[in-house]
Design a protein around this ligand. Structure first.
Ligand SMILES: Nc1ncnc2c1ncn2[C@@H]1O[C@H](COP(=O)(O)OP(=O)(O)OP(=O)(O)O)[C@@H](O)[C@H]1O
Ligand SMILES: [Mg+2]
Length: 168
């Protein structure tokens, strides 16, 4: 992965409500409501249980996804569509062979005009391009720390629009 242009922005998320508040800030930037072109790619890293799915689910919910939002840990991919916007939620924890990825045609889904959320991106090796934004989650007491790193101008614009700490 190319080196990011800026140091990570660190946020403390004391509870899941704070994670949801961060998701509510990001959602309008991703789905076009904030006036930017809809779409973008977010990588979610962190240990088992660090809160990757919780954040992805809160994001999808805040973008208007209704009904059950399953973790893609078994299926590798769950997808959604709201009006003309596609959402792809990947989890590469069980991913082993890059050919699996190519054969499945997943690369075609990494479009700039779709919202792509990837858990365990490091398991995909170097088949993934850098994201717009990397969110690295870590355990911090009862809560979590989130390190946000922009890899593109789009990701930097999102970072600039996020308040610290996310208001609940
Ligand atoms: N900011 C937070 N503070 C405390 N607990 C949180 C926070 N965000 C999420 N959680 C809790 O942490 C757990 C996170 O589980 P989750 O399935 O999201 O982890 P994950 O990173 O996706 O794990 P996996 O690698 O297995 O997919 C949930 O029980 C959730 O309620
Ligand atoms: Mg998960």
């Amino acid at each position: 992965m190319t080196s990011p242009p800026h140091a990570p922005r660190l946020l403390h998320l004391p509870d899941e409500a704070a994670t949801e508040a961060l998701a509510r800030q990001l959602a309008p930037l991703l789905d076009g409501r904030a006036g930017m072109p809809a779409g973008g790619r977010i990588h979610l890293s962190g240990d088992l249980g660090a809160g990757k799915t919780a954040l992805a689910r809160a994001l999808l919910r805040a973008c208007g996804v209704q009904g059950r939002i399953k973790s893609p840990s078994y299926a590798l991919l769950e997808s959604y569509k709201i009006s003309s916007l596609y959402f792809y939620h990947f989890d590469f924890y069980r991913f082993s062979d890059p050919r699996e990825w190519l054969d499945a045609g997943f690369r075609d889904l990494l479009r700039d005009d779709a919202v792509v959320l990837v858990e365990w991106p490091e398991r995909a090796g170097d088949v993934l391009p850098p994201p717009d934004l990397l969110i690295a989650l870590e355990y911090a007491g009862q809560g979590r720390d989130a390190g946000l790193t922009a890899y593109t101008a789009r990701g930097q614009t999102w970072l600039n629009a996020i308040n610290t700490p996310p208001s609940t």
